[in-house]
Design a protein around this ligand. Sequence first.
Ligand code: PGA
Length: 353
Amino acid sequence: MSIYNDNDFTPPSAMPDHLIRYATFRQFQVFEAIYRQGSFTRAAQELFLTQPTVSMQIKKLSEAIGLPLFEHVGRTVEPTEAGKELYAACRSMFETLSNLEMKISDMKGLKRGRLHMGVVTTAKYLTPELLGEFSKIYPGIDPSLMVTNRESIIRRIRANEDDLYIMGQAPEGEFEVESFTFAPNPLVVMAPRNHPLVGKKNIKLEEIAREPLIIREAGSGVRDSMFKAFEKVGVQPTIRMELGDNEAIKHAIAGGLGLSVLSLHTLSLEGSDGPVTVLDVEGFPILRNWYIVYPKGKELSLVAQTFRDFVISSEPKIRKRMQKMWPQLENILKEDQKTTLNKKKSSKKKTKK
Ligand code: PGA
């Protein structure tokens, strides 16, 4: 009995002989990166290639296709009609091949495989540790980490560029995702250790609004939450400067340039006893959580599924680490749990009535 049916031995109706002979996967990869980045230079950086190599690959690919793929408009590159068609084909070709890669590595079990993570800027304070612990259990896994702000992560989820994402709030409304919360991500007001407000209890947000404030760049999730907190009490913060990096903000605080609202995780190495400390401000910490996220319906590789479960089960360890950073956190989280429970109980009673 044959396990094949007749169709398996018929060649596909159209075999792209010409492209198979004259184009390479590497050229398609270079082309896709230029298209997405809108620049030969940025694509070369992304792929760790020199610019002449990138230009040469595209020249050869254009010759194989028989039409130009990009045109230079001033200093930018724009795809031609042929370029746009090729881009769509590249995306579907890469998706098919990475599904194949995923199935093959699932067949090999967790001995080998890749794990592409995309995480928001602030998650860089916990994701590398999680990947490190995971790699000790599964040394054959090859992890990669893209760190960028919330807005860019949402773009990456939409384009299905990574296996899993870690963010401070799952995308809402724009498209459907699966999301699992796994640890607290409290946002706190930070000040230099010698600031007169250090040690004061229940500082009003109005008082913080009068202090110069250092804020994150547009597109940051922390920045959005901070503005919402000020809006809620109807006060306008005094913005001193904008910085796109949590570490630079901490140095600016220590240097006396102002206060800031940051995730407690940014103190993961030095704790709150260092040059930067946490203020006791009304309405703070803003109790956010970390989420591990992926597009709804996405088929996760065995490696990605195992990492997702590993991250969720790491919550107690992460909490312990956070309590070391800022011992008051434990009581704050307990109080919050109680309030949430009471709210749930009273809303149940109301619905019974
Ligand atoms: P961000 O995101 O690092 O882009 O600010 C963090 C968050 O949303 O909590």
